[in-house]
Each structure stands twice: as structure tokens, then as C-alpha cells.
Design a protein around this ligand. Structure first.
Ligand code: PLP
Length: 410
């Protein structure tokens, strides 16, 4: 189902023509579809709801926009957070504290205290020392912290090295072989209720094989911990499912994923938590931009657009591909390099790409920017943070203002 489609030759977000949004807020602008968010969020929970007391914690890092979080809260999602700022966003969006999971390899004492005071449901411990500090902080406040231990299963998720998190050389989790002894030591601490295990092996995973292998390792650990006398009631299976960025990309369906999870976890008898991010929000957004120049190049012309790496960092960070199409295509194509105005050679969105023919002043979009798009924006080169717009049917709302560098701290 596509909520970004051409009607009468003009690209629409749901029923709103994109030029209308450009007239209202200018460019560049992040445009989200409420319909896509609801469709994917509800599709994901529907596929997995039959599993024993499944919990859904949207990975806020993928899209921390408060309006987006509010919509997802209505679809039954809590939050997977990695900072005090994300805690605030999740609470502001009305997510129940008990449905908030705190991941992250470097939580400060301040962040741990704020999360304890908010009464969040689960801390995902990344190292033994963190468990000791959390237990002390909880005790000093007269509360108990619900927690799970994040393990690193040493599985290659087969994704880009910079978004791989489950190999032993990555910074995340404790080595799975050391987990039983660490669990023994942490489980005896006052102030901590250690309920189980968490894992997350990477993002933009296109193959369920590595995920299944990692889940199986965790399953073995669950039974080993029980054999040692621990009560294991929770496993947090992380996120990671990929989305099709290129036409023709195939990704596991929610049904395939759910079938694999059911098969692997059948005997676990634990509550399962899922932390999807990209797969919920990625296809729900486009970054709308305007062509400033078409500049002659040695091999191909440069289409210089008014969006840049500060609006969408993924191409510069990971050589990621985002499909680029004109808002009002004229039926012709061109081969071009697409670049932003930032003074970095790496501020390119694609080299030697066949795209709709565009010229100065034309509107265009980068597709599938709803996850890790605005979320990663910066004001580099003293550029503004671009506005964010949420479309729902035939109406749109500005859910994030353009923020000028003069409004940010000097
Ligand atoms: N959970 C954790 C611990 C993560 O680090 C991430 C992303 O890196 C996610 C969930 C969300 O991953 P994705 O957006 O690929 O679903």
C-alpha cells in the first residue's frame, strides 16, 4: 500500500499535493504520512500479538518527533529509549512509563536517576558495572529497578558495519559466554529485579537467518540461567528489520518474522519485547527538497538541491541510497550526481544516478526518510533544522518548526 503516490502527475502525501506543503513551510521539509505509520505499526503488532504477552517499544532514535510518538502510543507502542532526551520525548508523547525500555551503552547516573524517578519498566544493562550502579541508585531512592541483561551473541547480522551491533568486537552488551556468571552476580543485588535477557544485533537486516541464530543462542542462555536457579520471565528481542530502499529490494514480511519468532521462542515461556524502529517509520517519510542549480560536471551534471547531509545524514554516513524522484516529473530522465550545498565532498546523495529530469526550481523528494532522517539532523554549516509535517488524509499539520541557527545556542 502506498500513501505517497502521483495523482494528475503530481506527487501527493495521502491526499495532499506536495507543492501545497512546500508553499506552506518551504523546503527542505520532512513530510510524514500518518496512514503509513498506522498501517505498519498495526501490521507489526497484529503479526506478533498472539505471542505470549508481547510488548512493543518503538525505537525512539528512529523518529523522535512527538506527534509521531503520540500516534504510535495510540497504536499500543511504548518506547525504547537511549538517552534522557528520548525519555522526555516518550513521556511528553503520553507513553506509559512502565512501557519504556532504556537501552544504550553509556547511560549517565543523571539519566539512570531520571528514569528511576519516572518509574520506567525496564533497564537494559550493557555491562555488569552499570547493574551495580543502578542497584545502588535504586536502593538509595527506596525503589527496585526492573532490568534485563543485554548480551552480545557474536552474530554478524549481514548489514552495514556501522549499524552492526551483535558482533563481539562491537561495543554493545556483554559477551554471551560471560552472561551466566554476570547474571549470577547481579541477580543477588538489592535494588535490582533482573528479569531476563535482551539482544539487538543490528539494523536494516534483510535476512532472518542471523536473527534466528542469535535468538536461538539466547534461548539456550534462558535455559542455562533457569538451570542455575534464576527465574527468567522476559526476553527483549530488539529491533532490526530492514525496509526496501531500492525498487526491487525484498525484505522479510512481518508474517515471516512472526513465524520465525514463534518457532524459536515456543518453549521459552517468557514475555517478549520488540523494539522496531526503521520498519515502522522508514517508509512513512519523504524529504522534500528544491533544486537550486543543475551544475555542469566532468562526467555528469550535479543536481544541487537545498537539502543536505545535515537534513539526511545516511548517505554521507553509510553510503545509503534514497530514491530521488521529481514531484512533477515530465517523463524524461537524466544521469546526474545529486548533492547538497554543504561544504563537504561527502555531501552527496547519489552519484551517476538515473533520475527524473529536473531543473532549477523544481521540487523533488528523497524517499524512505521517515527513520533516521530528521532524527539525525544537525545544524552543520549553520543551516536550519528543517520543518516536519504530518499528513493525515487531506490535512497536514506542522509537527516540527524550522529552527534557525540563531535560535540554537551560540
Ligand atoms: N533496539 C536497539 C537496542 C537499537 O540499538 C536499535 C537501533 O539501532 C533498535 C532497537 C532499532 O533498530 P531498527 O530501527 O533497525 O528496528
Amino acid at each position: 500500500m502506498s500513501f505517497f503516490d502521483y495523482h494528475d502527475g503530481i506527487l501527493h502525501a495521502e491526499q495532499v499535493p506536495l507543492p501545497e506543503i512546500a508553499d506552506a513551510v518551504g523546503t527542505p521539509a520532512h513530510v510524514y504520512s500518518a496512514g503509513v505509520l498506522r498501517h505498519t505499526a498495526e501490521g507489526f503488532t497484529a503479526a506478533l500479538r498472539h505471542l505470549q504477552s508481547a510488548r512493543f517499544a518503538f525505537a525512539v532514535k528512529a523518529n523522535p518527533n512527538t506527534a509521531v510518538l503520540r500516534l504510535l502510543a495510540k497504536c499500543g507502542y511504548g518506547a525504547d529509549i537511549v538517552s534522557g532526551g528520548e525519555l522526555r520525548r516518550a513521556l511528553d508523547a503520553g507513553m506509559a512509563p512502565t512501557e519504556i525500555v532504556f537501552s544504550g551503552v553509556g547511560k549517565t547516573d543523571r539519566e539512570l536517576i531520571d528514569a528511576l524517578d519516572a518509574g520506567i519498566g525496564q533497564f537494559n544493562l550493557e555491562l555488569e558495572e552499570e547493574g551495580r550502579v543502578l542497584a545502588r541508585l535504586a536502593q538509595s531512592r527506596g525503589v527496585r529497578a526492573g532490568a534485563v541483561l543485554r548480551v552480545n551473541p557474536d552474530i554478524d547480522g549481514g548489514t552495514h558495519a556501522k549499524i552492526s551491533t551483535g558482533k563481539r568486537e562491537n561495543k554493545f552488551g556483554v559477551a554471551i559466554a560471560e552472561a551466566p556468571d554476570i547474571f549470577d552476580r547481579l541477580a543477588s543485588l538489592d535494588g535490582l529485579d533482573l528479569h531476563g535477557i535482551a539482544l539487538h544485533i543490528g539494523s536494516q537486516l534483510g535476512d532472518l537467518g542471523p536473527l534466528e541464530a542469535a535468538y536461538r543462542r539466547v534461548g539456550e542462555l534462558v535455559f542455562e540461567l533457569r538451570a542455575r536457579g534464576h527465574t527468567i520471565t522476559r526476553v527483549d528481542l530488539g529491533g532490526g528489520l530492514g525496509i526496501p530502499y531500492r525498487a526491487g529490494d525484498t525484505m522479510p514480511s512481518f508474517a515471516d518474522y512472526a513465524a520465525m519468532v514463534s518457532r524459536v521462542t515456543e518453549q521459552w515461556n517468557t514475555r517478549l519485547t520488540f523494539e522496531p524502529g526503521r520498519v515502522i517509520a522508514g517508509l512513512a517519510g519523504v524529504l522534500m527538497t528544491r533544486v537550486i542549480w543543475v551544475k555542469p560536471g566532468v562526467m555528469y551534471p550535479f543536481v544541487i538541491v537545498d537539502a543536505a547531509m545535515n537534513d539526511l545524514a545516511r548517505p554521507a554516513l553509510y553510503d545509503a541510497y534514497h530514491r530521488f524522484t521529481a514531484v512533477a516529473p515530465n517523463g524524461e530522465t537524466m544521469v546526474a550526481n545529486i548533492a547538497g550545498p554543504v561544504c563537504e565532498t561527502g555531501d552527496t546523495f547519489g552519484m551517476a544516478q538515473t533520475i527524473d529530469r529536473v531543473g532549477r526550481g523544481d521540487l523533488a523528494v528523497f524517499h524512505a526518510t521517515g527513520a533516521y532522517g530528521a532524527a539525525m539532523a544537525s545544524s552543520y554549516n549553520c543551516r536550519p533544522l528543517s520543518p516536519q509535517v504530518l499528513v493525515d488524509g487531506d490535512t497536514f499539520t506542522v509537527v516540527g518548526d524550522r529552527i534557525l541557527p540563531t535560535e540554537l545556542a551560540a
